[in-house]
Design a protein around this ligand. Structure first.
Ligand code: SAM
Length: 285
């Protein structure tokens, strides 16, 4: 038996679950699942299965379904149990709750109501990918999933251009090719990047290269499974927006929008597309 029944104090216990390999669950997570008065989960079936794998009995406890969109009803039930001095374990479908997963509203409202909030921590795809990517880990920015629509996605990438740390994205295999090509176009093909796939699973893979290389690789071959994309910070000297704008205005006096964007892109070693859009706006003004 890998778990112990323990006396849990009243409070909410976020429980991390594996991101692939079932044995990645921690012993303490199993203790909490075995001992909590109430169990709630984003996906009741997958938690029940995980408990079965590890031989943790439900002992008459029902697993409540909860995600942040379940609304006040399901949250109310959990808060009520906490109010009665019960211990409540909550697990999302995989990895750490709240990390691109439900739990934020629940945790916040539980704390606001004055109850204890704690966690049995464990795997998270973002941290494992950072460990494997070969990119700097002194600072990183978890950006979750990028928007589906290309326009919104590019704007979001643009907003992340100068973040002084490694960028970490979650992505689906359906969108990863489009995403990498937008990343390469907006941030420049030369930025170092990595694609980490199927972490902790049989077909685990880490591809390292420039954004251009990774994007080109996915034009030739599609991939399956769960994916984390990571992108190095910009290493080009920081260029002031006002200098770029000034140069564009000057170039537009004698050049077409297209040529002005090309010129300034070469001058400052910046990607062409956002400059073209800026030049278009300036040209109209
Ligand atoms: N809470 C989870 C965590 O802590 O990593 C993330 C949940 S989010 C809904 C699911 C996304 O996480 C997937 O689409 C994928 O981008 C990433 N992910 C989860 N498991 C993964 C794995 N084994 N390998 C690579 N990426 C994974």
């Amino acid at each position: 038996m890998n778990f112990q029944k323990v006396r849990l104090g009243a409070g909410l216990y976020f429980v991390a679950t594996p991101i692939g390999a079932a044995r990645d669950i921690t012993l303490r997570a199993l203790d909490v699942l075995a001992s909590a008065d109430v169990i709630a989960a984003e996906d009741t079936r997958s938690l029940r299965r995980l408990m079965e794998i590890h031989g943790v009995p439900l002992e008459g406890r029902r697993i409540l379904a909860y995600h942040d969109h379940s609304g006040a009803g399901a949250r109310g039930k959990i808060l009520e149990a906490l109010g009665e001095g019960k211990s409540v374990a909550y697990a999302s479908e995989a990895g750490m709750p709240l990390i691109a997963d439900p739990g934020y509203d629940l945790g916040r409202q539980t704390a606001e109501a004055g109850h204890t909030v704690t966690c049995a921590p464990g795997p998270s795809a973002a941290l494992m990918a950072l460990t494997l990517a070969g990119l700097p880990t002194d600072a990183f920015f978890f950006a979750g999933f990028l928007p589906n629509a290309s326009g919104a996605r590019r704007s979001r990438i643009e907003a992340l251009r100068d973040v002084p740390g490694t960028l970490v994205f979650y992505e689906s295999p359906k969108r990863v090719a489009a995403c990498l090509s937008d990343l390469a176009e907006v941030l420049g093909e030369d930025r170092a990047a990595a694609m980490c796939r199927e972490l902790t699973k049989k077909f685990e893979e880490v591809r390292r290269g420039t954004l251009g290389e990774l994007a080109a690789g996915l034009q030739e071959q599609t991939v399956k499974g769960e994916i984390v994309l990571l992108v190095d910070r910009s290493h080009s000297e920081t260029v002031k927006d006002s200098d770029v704008e000034e140069a564009l205005k000057k170039a537009l006096e004698t050049h077409s929008v297209r040529d002005a964007a090309d010129l300034v892109s070469q001058m400052f070693k910046l990607p062409r597309r956002p400059l073209y859009q800026k030049a278009l706006k300036l040209g109209k003004g």
